[in-house]
Design a protein. Structure first.
Length: 92
């Protein structure tokens, strides 16, 4: 998310896709019925990670409380980056 601010958009997206992923596992779309209970803990974790990019140095401090409260702090991260300086963008 470019210009992520307080991270609300990333939070929403992470929550929705995490819920969808879990629903797919439960409904059997990922061949859940072929996995026994002892193997379920070995099933691949949620495969995506969401990054909020903002030029404001305090952005990460604003995002974290919301992400923790909504249970997506393990799926989200921040990066302080000035997108006007493209030479820094090429590193990512």
């Amino acid at each position: 998310d470019l210009g992520s601010g307080a991270g609300r958009d990333i939070c929403y997206l992470a929550e929705e896709l995490k819920q969808y992923h879990h629903a797919c596992i439960v409904s059997g779309q990922f061949q859940h019925d072929q996995i026994n209970s002892s193997q379920l803990s070995l099933f691949p974790h949620f495969p995506l990670h969401f990054i909020g990019i903002d030029n404001h140095k305090g952005s990460s401090k604003r995002c974290l409380p919301l992400w923790k409260n909504r249970g997506v702090e393990d799926l989200t991260g921040t990066c302080c980056l000035d997108l006007n300086k493209l030479q820094h963008v090429y590193k990512y």
